[in-house]
Design a protein around this ligand. Structure first.
Ligand code: GDP
Ligand code: MG
Length: 370
């Protein structure tokens, strides 16, 4: 893969080399301005800076955004949000399906599975976990590029009958750059030719040291096909979640992130929103990206209408004025007038940003790298 020195990238981004070094340090990489970084890392860095620009403009709008912090005593534990990544055909979709199948609530209700971009399961021990149902690195990086860090834990799927492949390495890099903890699921262990130990050894070359190799990255042998190891995988996710002390304030106006959105023929604009804090209720007035609306209905991943949605809960939201973008932030506001003001302000900002010659012109910046 192509490489670029930190200084060269800084020049292209019109940023200070030292600022990039600092950002890389925060991403867990110790490099000097004269050292080279690979293109993935370079892209993440550009996103990181783009992200910051976006955050600043968002906070200009005086609504309950990223700036106000909820007091510690108002926080309650929330379910972890998990993304599955790995090389093509290593079993991401199969694993997502198998995990969905462990849901005790779904088992009881016999509800119809709705694809809404995310789903939540309840374990035998009544613990809840949320999975983003759009596996793949693009979804992950696109969300991050828009300033939305919704993933708490990454499951890296590696097929035990294959090995560390290009997209495995990509997934490792993205996860590290995002600073998100990883759990390695060594899949297809039902196959006679499976060699999990080989996978563990090969991961060392990419500085992923699993527990079995005396490291601190949890690993588990699974089979999406037979279901073996799934309980253990869930236990490890919950253990990781406990270490992260994931909390959010449920009793406040809701905020959330759009996971996916589309125009539905019968229902109009529909967005799957992952609530990040607060509780979203039917009738709430909100702003989402440059759109605004009022919650007409909310539907969960089992196709059931719900009246409210709390932290880490994914719901389809109906009643939006237009189709927002994945990664857009939703925030409940006091009334429709305020919603209009904020969405108009955001539209103007977005327009100004589009027409201005920003340094974050990605393709141009990388065109001579490729
Ligand atoms: P993805 O591209 O990572 O989403 O992989 P898929 O879930 O589509 O799986 C790719 C292929 O591997 C499919 O033919 C699956 O049936 C198969 N597969 C997935 N998991 C397992 C497993 O645990 N054991 C076996 N034997 N096959 C599996
Ligand atoms: Mg797939």
């Amino acid at each position: 893969p192509e490489a670029i020195t930190v200084q060269e990238l800084a020049n292209r981004m019109a940023e200070k080399g030292a600022d990039l070094v600092k950002a890389l340090f925060n991403m867990g990489m110790m490099v000097t301005v004269n050292q080279t970084i690979d293109q993935d890392t370079a892209e993440l860095l550009v996103e990181e800076f783009g992200h910051r620009i976006q955050r600043v403009s968002e906070s200009d709008v005086d609504i309950n955004s990223s700036d106000d912090v909820d007091p510690e005593e108002t926080l309650k534990a929330r379910p972890p949000v998990v993304t599955i990544m790995g090389h093509v055909d290593h079993g991401k979709t199969s694993l997502l399906d198998a995990l969905r199948g462990t849901d005790v609530v779904r088992g009881e209700s016999g509800g119809i599975t709705q694809h809404i971009g995310a789903y939540q399961i309840t374990t035998k021990n009544k613990q809840k976990l949320t999975f983003l149902d759009t596996p793949g690195h693009e979804a992950f990086t696109q969300m991050r590029a828009r300033g939305a860090n919704v993933t708490d834990i990454v499951i890296l799927v590696v097929a035990a009958d294959d090995g560390i492949m290009p997209q495995t390495i990509e997934a490792i890099n993205h996860t590290k750059a995002a600073g998100v903890p990883m759990i390695v699921a060594i899949n297809k262990c039902d196959k006679p030719e499976a060699n999990p130990q080989k996978i563990r050894e090969r991961l060392l070359e990419h500085e992923v040291i699993v527990e079995e190799m005396s490291g601190d990255v949890q690993d588990v042998e699974v089979s999406a096909k037979s279901g073996a190891g799934l309980d253990e995988l869930i236990d490890k996710i919950m253990l990781q979640a406990e270490l992260l002390e994931l909390k959010a304030r449920p009793d406040r106006d809701a905020e959330g992130t759009v996971i996916e959105a589309q125009l539905d023929k019968g229902r109009g604009p529909v967005a799957t929103v992952l609530i990040t804090r607060g509780t979203l209720r039917r009738g709430d007035v909100f702003v989402v990206g440059t759109e605004s609306g009022r919650v007409r209905a909310m539907i969960d991943d089992k196709g059931k209408q719900v009246k409210e949605a709390g932290p880490s809960f994914p719901v389809e939201v109906l009643g939006i004025g237009g189709v927002p973008n994945a990664g857009d932030q939703l925030a409940v506001v006091e009334n429709e007038q305020r919603a209009r003001e904020v969405s108009e302000y955001r539209s103007e900002k977005a327009h100004a940003k589009r027409t201005a010659a920003t340094p974050a012109n990605f393709d141009a910046m990388f065109s001579n790298l490729k």
